[in-house]
Design a protein. Structure first.
Length: 151
């Protein structure tokens, strides 16, 4: 009989990440963490109250015009959240807590998360779903997975 590899299932969006453990194909998902990024729900004006800086012409005449920041505060918050999730996955992998990974997130956040995953973590991703399942029950999430019973 083949041993079922310890599996982590991450279901996330820009505001929430739920992390589950799957220890056997016939066992239910066990939720081990529920992380929140409350800043993702705020409007940009609530996150970034500073006014943009000003730039002036090289001649030094006339008034300046506002500089447009490269990214919004919401985008920065989302990136930091994706980085935090990726970092916790890396630490858990190094600690030997799992051997394979399933990730489910809306397309935009899935890209952000994958961008920050360590190479070792990326190598053990066995399934990637472009879906927002953060509000689903563990049973409904497990039904979406197409994992073989063992690798």
């Amino acid at each position: 009989m083949t041993r079922f590899p310890a599996t982590r299932v991450v279901v996330a969006d820009a505001a929430r990440a739920r992390i589950f453990r799957l220890s056997a194909a016939n066992k239910p998902l066990e939720e081990i963490a529920d992380l929140a990024n409350p800043e993702a729900r705020l409007k940009d004006a609530d996150l970034d109250r500073d006014r943009p800086g000003q730039t002036f012409s090289s001649q030094g005449r006339g008034g300046g015009h506002p500089m447009r920041p490269g990214r919004t505060a919401e985008e920065k918050s989302t990136e930091l959240f994706a980085r935090d999730i990726a970092s916790s996955l890396r630490e858990a992998l190094i600690a030997g807590e799992f051997e394979r990974l399933v990730v489910a997130a809306p397309p935009g956040f899935l890209g952000d998360l994958r961008k920050h995953l360590d190479e070792q973590v990326l190598q053990i991703v066995v399934e990637s779903l472009s879906l927002d399942l953060t509000r689903e029950t563990p049973g409904a999430i497990k039904k979406r997975l197409t994992l073989p019973s063992a690798l």
